[in-house]
Write a protein of this length. Sequence first.
Length: 181
Amino acid sequence: MAQDDPKHEPQGETAPSEGPTSVLIAVGLLGVSACYAIGGLQIRVPERWQTAPGMLPTILGISLFIMSAMLLAKAIRGGALRVRFVEEVQDSSLARAGTTFLIVGIYYFGLLALLPFEVASSVFLLAMFWLYWRDGSTAVRVATAIGLPIFITLTFKAAFEIPLPGQGDLVLLTQYLMVSH
């Protein structure tokens, strides 16, 4: 039994190499978590701090910030900054992570600013399914991408009376069109 043979190494002692992907993800999560925490602090407190609606996003933002900082520190200790970035960029996981980041940005800052939640979310889900759910049938992916935002809308608006982001209200527009014709 050879000591240098990777087949005979005990499990748990070898970790995947940390690369620039981990650093980029950690830095992105640091930014997102800081935005959540700061946004939560900016929500007006109605009476006491215990009733503050911004408490949950602030706590989640702070905890995500701490976990992201730990991920960043682990990646740097693992030698992530010593890896040649050009080699890592050619890795498909980094390309997919960058594409995901771009799609989420387009969804949040573009589609939701222009379209109703259901339409924007359907387009977003179709893009994400194209990227990550390649083995599913097209009909199932399209049905899920259309059905899930409608289900979420009906659940949140009807059951909880919680408004959703996006421009306009597709449910009210549909009701109006059905009644007016």
